[in-house]
Design a protein around this ligand. Sequence first.
Ligand SMILES: *Cc1c(COP(=O)(O)O)cnc(C)c1O
Length: 483
Amino acid sequence: MDADLLEKARALADPAYVTVAEAARRSRTALFRQLLTQRRLLPQGLDEHTVRLLVDELAGLDANQFIDQANVGEREGRIYSELVRARHFGMAHGMGRAGDLAASQPKACGASILVRLCAALLLDALHVAGFRSCRRVALLPIATGMAMTLCLLALRWQRPAADRVLWIRIDQKACLKCIRAAGYQIDVLENKLDGDQVVTDMEALEKRLAASDPSRYAAVISTTSCFAPRAPDRVVAIAQLCARYGIPHLINHAYGVQSRRCNGLVCAACRLGRVDAVIFSFDKNFMVPVGGAGVAGTSPTFIEAVESLYPGRASVAPVVDLFITLLQLGRDGFSGLLRERERRFQRFQAQLAPVLAKHGERLLHTPDNPISFAISLEHTMLEGGIEPTAIGSMLYARRCSGPRAVLGTERRLVQGVLLAGYGAHIADYPVPYLNLAAAIGIRDIDIERFCRRLDEVLGQVRGTRHASAASAALGPRADPGPP
Ligand SMILES: *Cc1c(COP(=O)(O)O)cnc(C)c1O
């Protein structure tokens, strides 16, 4: 409530109480002022009531919420369900105007303010997380793969002769589909093995670029956040090659924002070479529902081209989710989550060690991957004759979500590209393995439960193996029974 309204309210309650309440209210107003003027994360996260006040206040500035409005157009932000209205704080006009995501929307003054403020807070969060050279970030109401596609489409205008994308292999379907969706051919650069790690083959990349006409490439796509044993790409060296050959460079930083090390790589790549855009997911990095992605960069030109290429109107919902989350986190909350994740990444591996030792498996040595790691399933496979996918299913049945079992011998045709050793990011990876991640928000209880259940599963596999060896010795069983 405004100060002058509270003044009038003095007649309705004990003026002494009103004075105290007014001071409390002023503290909230001061926080809003700080947010709107400094446009940075608040040092401490806001409580739910304060966030609600701010979002409701902004939502009230949208035309569909005005009192006495006469709506006679075809897009008036009408909401039938009160449930839906509540879910969106009454904001119904989306973001952007005539397909320019960054433009102010005349029917949605509040949402327009919210979007700009959210972009500023996100930029600050990127700086806090280590991407200090970032100057501009676009908020897109589409997930990472689609955001990559939009970036590639924006490049189409810059590079009319280009018909292909140089893709540094990462075995995730969306990474291929985003190129296909933009209408480009996929030129695969295979990785190489370095100890247990799958790493960028820089010599092969340089040879490939030297032997080709650079204008045929719309972009090189590299990746920072990936499943171990693949390591983040050598993005600094790649950025330097892209600068030398004049080829755009997009970095798939899908869940890399949560890692200060991955952000450090991206930041250095921007400083030392060519990076046109860094694309990351809202949900994987900021613990919000799937729906949004950020396109960040050091030069606003390309980011603005992506924003203005977006055809049509756009949902503001993913941005509202991010806005609320950034307000509630504050700088301390966000840094705390990043630090906790790093600690739990270590703790997870330490807690797995005795389980692995007991079952004759080991942690694969992938020191460059700060988010994901992998454990061998060599004995389970070789002696047990159990498919790693069966281990995956057994874990899934025990309510473990996230582990991916990879055999390394599968050949798969994805978007017309034949990938040998699909899942392992390389052909002939020497051991089957199980892949795990310590991602932002992981709890100690997740780690404890998983370690216990993995122990059970590996034990059960071993038990089955012994049982089947014994029954093989006794000849075929009359009743096979359940496994
Ligand atoms: C999640 C992910 C994608 C796909 O992202 P969407 O947000 O589902 O579009 C692409 N690449 C990597 C490395 C990912 O982790």
